[in-house]
Write a protein that binds this ligand. Sequence first.
Ligand SMILES: Cc1cc2nc3c(=O)[nH]c(=O)nc-3n(C[C@H](O)[C@H](O)[C@H](O)COP(=O)(O)OP(=O)(O)OC[C@H]3O[C@@H](n4cnc5c(N)ncnc54)[C@H](O)[C@@H]3O)c2cc1C
Length: 378
Amino acid sequence: MAETNDPQVQVTVIGGGIVGCAVADAVARSGMPVVLLEAESALARGTTSRNSEVVHGGMYYPAGSLKARLCVEGRRLLDEFCTAAGVGYRACGKLIVAVDHHEVPQLERLHALGLSNGMTDLRMLDAADCRAMVSDVTAVAALHSPHTGICDAEGLTQALARRAAEHGAQVMTSAPVVALEDTSAGWRVQTGAAGRRPAGSHTSDWVINAAGLYADRVADLAGKGHPRQVLVKGNYFAVAPRHAGRLDQLVYPVPPSDGSTLGVHLCLDLAGQMRLGPDMEPLSADVVPEAIDYAVDPGRLEDFLTGARRFLPWLERGDLGPGTSGVRPKLAETGFRDFVVETRPARVGGLVNLLGIDSPGLTAALALAGHVTALIDA
Ligand SMILES: Cc1cc2nc3c(=O)[nH]c(=O)nc-3n(C[C@H](O)[C@H](O)[C@H](O)COP(=O)(O)OP(=O)(O)OC[C@H]3O[C@@H](n4cnc5c(N)ncnc54)[C@H](O)[C@@H]3O)c2cc1C
């Protein structure tokens, strides 16, 4: 028996970043009526538009983890979707380089991990192979991942939202969710007024919380006891355009062994421009997502230059300038933490909280969406 006269929908997705749009698309294509609510006036304004846009291979994550499984599967799905939908994507390849012999065992460990995670295309290179492939990079050995790629993350998000809408999803921007109430008719989902859109409400059997940096705050609307997120900023430095096209592969160092970061690396965009980053700058616990300062401190230049010159010796101080930044919703400042997909049963249906969706969240998004859809469609 319904407690309100609110409109009813089977599934509500909160958040219009890559993850929310991928979930709305997968749910809509499985035949369930779905509404996606995004607080901002456009999709993909959060972390989705502030990252390296790398479509990862999957050699960094512990075997059997959600990150490992969803990254490997997500890369395959993303490749297929981008090709079919005409979204910018290029499998440019990636090298993880050892600049010192003592780093080689770590490369071999990543190679073995990648193989156990289902990456069939990884190859170890010696110094001569590396020189032949990228003469401008210093390396005594490297791990080559030919199918690691780069994509247009915002274009991908928009394309997923379009496909979701074609399958009946209602996609609403300027619709910040401000309250969730567990009623006998399902979740009562309330949105606040934003832009020209008035406040509103509806009921929903299932709510999927894909609110990125705000995901623990959205989870709080329905109750406590879920993991908390910590915010860790990642800064980038732009490389002078005169070097554009000098390298056609992504180049990463051997990562720190604690698993918290991939190390400051050389990223490429689809136009061939280069940048370095991201580094790790934990934000203080009292910084709320809406108060994040995304400006990059020029004082970090020396660390970037020193780190990158180990494998890109031709870089000069004048080649680097402060670029963009993004913020990771992590579950711990250091060490490996897996994605959390937490299902909370309700009087009707339930709530699925997606917490700690940091890297490789972009790569994994389509596989994560399939995982969530299977949970609620069971
Ligand atoms: C520096 C950096 C580099 C990265 N590099 C890579 C990479 O190369 N490859 C990779 O795979 N991953 C990478 N990632 C991770 C990837 O960017 C994220 O995992 C992914 O973008 C997360 O998407 P999302 O949809 O969960 O979050 P978001 O894009 O932040 O979307 C969440 C959305 O929820 C909305 N929202 C919040 N609260 C509410 C509310 N109450 N009501 C309605 N809407 C709400 C927000 O406005 C936002 O649009 C990187 C991340 C960072 C920070």
